[in-house]
Design a protein around this ligand. Structure first.
Ligand SMILES: NC(=O)c1ccc[n+]([C@@H]2O[C@H](COP(=O)([O-])OP(=O)(O)OC[C@H]3O[C@@H](n4cnc5c(N)ncnc54)[C@H](OP(=O)(O)O)[C@@H]3O)[C@@H](O)[C@H]2O)c1
Length: 248
C-alpha cells in the first residue's frame, strides 16, 4: 500500500542526476519531497515551488540537522563529483563522513523510516573500471564499502541499492535485473538513471527491501516483470549476516 500523500521524503543528492529524477518521481507519486542543497537558490529554480529545499552541505555536519527534521524516509544518492578528479579527502568527506553524519542527524531527529542508499556495483569485485574509478575518485570504493557496513549496523531500517554504470535514457526501455550477488563494475553492466529512480521509489516502500542489499542493471529484452515481482524475491539480511559482511 502506498504511503504517498502523507509521507515526507528527504532526498540527499536530489539537485542533480539520479537524485533529481527520484525527487521528481516522488512528487509525481504525491509524496512531499524535501531536497538537501548546497546551493538552495539554484535547486529551487531547478525544482520549482512544489519542492521543499533545505540548505546543507554533507562536508559540514553542523548544517545537516534542519533537513532531517520530521522526515519519514531518506533517499541518499549524493557523492563526490563523477567524471573528474576528487582527492581522497573530498571522497571521504562526502562519500563516507557525509553519510555517517546524515545517519547521526537522523538518529538525533528520532527518524523511524527507511534509509535508502545508492551505491555502485563492484564493491566486492575487482575490475579494470573499478581500478580506474578508484584512481579518479580516490579510493571511493574503499569508503563506500565501509559506509555499507555502517548503514547495516546503524540500527535504522535500510535498503542498499548498488547500481551499474548510469546512462541517461528513458525508463522501461530494457529489462531490469535485480540480483544479490557481486557483479563487477564494467560497461556491460549499465542501467538508466530513470530506471534507478523507479527502483528507489519502489524499494523505499516495499516490505522485502527492508534490511536488504541488491544490485540493479539492465537485462536482455524488454521489461516484463513489475517492481513488486522484482523486489518480492529479495532476501533480507539477518543481523548476523550483516556482521559477517562487516568482517569481509
Ligand atoms: N555515473 C555513474 O556511472 C555511477 C555509477 C554508479 C554510482 N554512481 C554514483 O551515483 C550517484 C548519482 O550519480 P549521478 O551521476 O546521477 O549524480 P551526480 O550528478 O553525481 O549528483 C551528485 C549529487 O550529490 C550532491 N552532492 C555532492 N557533494 C555534496 C555535498 N558536499 N553536500 C550535499 N550534496 C552534495 C550534488 O549536489 P550539487 O548539485 O550541489 O553538486 C548532486 O546532487 C553518485 O553518488 C555517484 O557517485 C555513479
Amino acid at each position: 500500500m502506498s504511503e504517498a500523500g502523507k509521507s515526507r521524503v528527504l532526498v540527499v543528492g536530489g539537485t542533480r542526476g539520479t537524485g533529481l529524477l527520484i525527487a521528481r518521481l516522488l512528487h509525481e507519486r504525491n509524496f512531499r519531497v524535501r531536497v538537501l542543497a548546497r546551493d538552495p537558490a539554484r535547486a529551487s529554480a531547478e525544482l520549482g515551488s512544489a519542492f521543499e529545499v533545505v540548505a546543507g552541505d554533507l562536508t559540514k555536519a553542523s548544517t545537516l540537522p534542519p533537513a532531517l527534521r520530521a522526515v519519514d524516509h531518506i533517499i541518499f544518492t549524493a557523492g563526490a563529483p563523477s567524471g573528474r578528479y576528487a582527492s581522497e579527502r573530498l571522497v571521504k568527506a562526502t562519500d563516507h563522513d557525509g553519510v555517517l553524519d546524515t545517519l547521526a542527524a537522523a538518529h538525533r531527529a528520532e527518524f523511524r523510516g527507511r534509509f535508502v542508499y545508492l551505491n555502485t556495483i563492484g564493491i566486492h569485485t575487482p575490475s579494470v573500471a573499478r581500478t580506474l574509478l578508484n584512481l579518479l575518485k580516490r579510493n571511493t570504493f574503499v569508503w563506500r564499502r565501509r559506509v555499507e557496513d555502517e548503514i547495516r549496523s546503524s540500527g535504522l531500517d535500510y535498503t542498499i541499492i548498488r547500481v551499474g554504470f548510469l546512462v541517461d535514457r528513458p525508463a522501461r526501455e530494457h529489462a531490469v535485473v535485480v540480483g544479490q550477488g557481486d557483479l563487477p563494475l564494467a560497461p556491460r553492466n549499465r542501467i538508466a538513471r530513470a530506471d534507478v529512480a523507479e527502483a528507489f521509489v519502489e524499494a523505499m516502500q516495499h516490505p522485502r527491501a527492508s534490511r536488504a542489499t541488491f544490485e540493479i542493471v539492465w537485462g536482455d529484452g524488454p521489461r516484463r516483470e513489475s517492481w513488486d515481482e522484482l523486489l518480492g524475491r529479495l532476501r533480507r539480511e539477518a543481523r548476523g549476516e550483516a556482521e559477517d559482511k562487516l568482517r569481509r
